[in-house]
Design a protein around this ligand. Structure first.
Ligand SMILES: C[S@@+](CC[C@H](N)C(=O)[O-])C[C@H]1O[C@@H](n2cnc3c(N)ncnc32)[C@H](O)[C@@H]1O
Length: 444
């Protein structure tokens, strides 16, 4: 253990020296909170890290994996880009290392989570905003059914078929806090407080998120969530966040660019970067919009079924849960062979569109890689953590296919390395026997 810590400290010192970071101590103290006994690329235990504990994002990178990736680059970077921001791990870690991040995220709740981590705070204003919200929420009264008229009916009791996610009383309190937050004039504080309210929503609900979706807690009908839990959890989340902001707010880089929207389109607005590091959704039918439905509806990011549909349309074509066009033209020897095999087993599939979805998935990734070819400097690295999938016994070797497709648009292969240690914790969506691979391409 001691040796591991020493080794990590040496690595951070070497990296921060190369990067010319003034405040090494801050980065060291942040990384020092990692679980050193786990393999470096696992994301286990990083949920307790400052900032990462604000919201449990199951599919997050471990910051150490970001550190390792950056350490492996030949030239120290000063800018980076992550087109699939998620919970903002790449961008936040980059800030700790003095690297200016650009990141993109389509899900507006997650985009707020990212920005809440990256932005600078005036702590006095933040404390004032918190007090204001607590005071205002105590007198605000909201009718949840009126406020959430466009949301799925299961959200509030009596729900549908005897099942509901929130009691009327708990929903009423959550919405009162949301209204008080919406009324704040300090937008940075409002963003953080909204995210922190979001971090309480699963715990306050009758469901848990597991595998590829939500399911009701066992014995949920006998579980009473007290209305007072809304304030208690919100306050606890706030105290953690304030501690992290006070300790780690002044990072070596405090600027960033966050582009909200679909990476396939939004990357056109990104400026040059020295390298890219990201993990796109895997083609495993994990529907990110659905998974974050509680936050999206309860916090007012979605107001109508049309909003919901539009957001789902803007996500990568990695799932078949919505009817959408899977038109695609990407072609490579491995992709064509895989799609042909999938087609031959179509009758065994739980959704007949899966073969087309798989080709469309690669079309989308190639659209993103095509834009990255413009954004990343010649000779710069593009590092992607990708995961394989399997349908009706047909495996999709995502890394190999991407290498073939990438060649056609000006990317050379640097290395393909297995990230097996991430398997138990990353975005497997319930499947635990598939490879995750770090694909390292060089922009020719
Ligand atoms: C695997 S997660 C990224 C996790 C991230 N590396 C982290 O450490 O938190 C993939 C993210 O891509 C986002 N996403 C899906 N489709 C997108 C699109 N078209 N444009 C931008 N982001 C998208 C999802 O909402 C999700 O947050």
């Amino acid at each position: 253990m001691e040796m591991l810590i020493e080794q990590l400290e040496t690595n951070i010192t070497a990296l921060t020296d190369r990067l010319g970071v003034g405040s090494k101590l801050l980065a060291k103290n942040w990384f020092a909170r990692h679980d050193f006994l786990s393999p470096p690329s696992t994301n286990q235990s990083t949920h307790d890290l400052p900032f990462q504990r604000w919201y449990r994002f199951k599919e997050a990178f471990a910051p150490r994996a970001v550190l390792d990736a950056i350490s492996s680059l030949d030239t120290a970077p000063s800018t980076c880009v992550d087109p699939f921001g998620g919970s903002g791990t790449t961008a936040l870690t980059a800030q700790f290392l003095g690297i200016r991040p650009t990141t993109i995220e389509v899900n507006p709740f997650l985009a707020d989570l990212i920005e809440a981590k990256l932005q600078l705070y005036n702590t006095e204003a933040l404390l004032t905003s918190f007090r204001q919200v607590v005071d205002d929420a105590s007198v605000i009264r909201v009718d949840p059914r009126e406020e959430l008229w466009g949301a799925p009916q299961t959200l509030i009791a009596p729900g549908v078929g005897g099942r509901w996610i929130y009691s009327v009383q708990v929903a009423e309190r959550i919405l009162a806090y949301r209204a008080a937050i919406d009324a704040l004039t300090d937008k940075a504080s409002a963003r953080l407080l909204r995210v922190l309210l979001g971090s309480t929503l699963v715990a306050l609900s009758n469901v848990v998120i597991s595998g590829k979706g939500r399911r009701y807690r066992s014995g949920w009908k006998n579980r009473v969530v007290p209305v007072s839990a809304v304030h208690r959890m919100f306050e606890a989340a706030f105290l953690n966040a304030v501690e992290d902001i006070v300790r780690f707010g002044r990072r070596p880089c405090t600027s960033y660019t966050l582009l909200r929207g679909d990476a396939r389109v939004a990357l056109a607005n990104a400026t040059t970067a020295d390298f890219a590091l990201f993990s796109p959704p895997y083609p495993n039918s994990f529907d990110y919009t659905d998974i974050y439905n509680l936050e999206l509806w309860m916090l007012g990011y979605l107001k109508t079924p049309v909003d919901n549909r539009e957001l789902r349309e803007a996500t990568l074509r990695s799932h078949v849960q919505i009817k959408r066009s899977f038109e695609a033209t990407s072609s490579s020897p491995s992709l064509d062979r895989t799609v042909a095999e999938l087609r031959s087993r179509r009758s065994e599939m739980w959704d007949k569109q899966i073969p087309e979805m798989v080709r469309a998935y690669f079309d989308d990734l190639i659209a993103v890689l095509g834009e990255l070819h413009r954004v990343v400097i010649p000779g710069g690295s593009v590092m992607m953590v990708v995961g394989d999938s399997r349908y009706a016994g047909v495996s999709i070797d995502v890394g190999k296919i991407l290498v073939e497709l990438g060649k056609g648009i000006g990317f050379d292969l640097s290395s393909l390395s297995s990230m097996r240690s991430m398997r138990s914790s990353a975005q497997q969506g319930g499947t635990y026997d598939l490879d995750e691979t770090l694909v390292h391409l060089i922009r020719a």
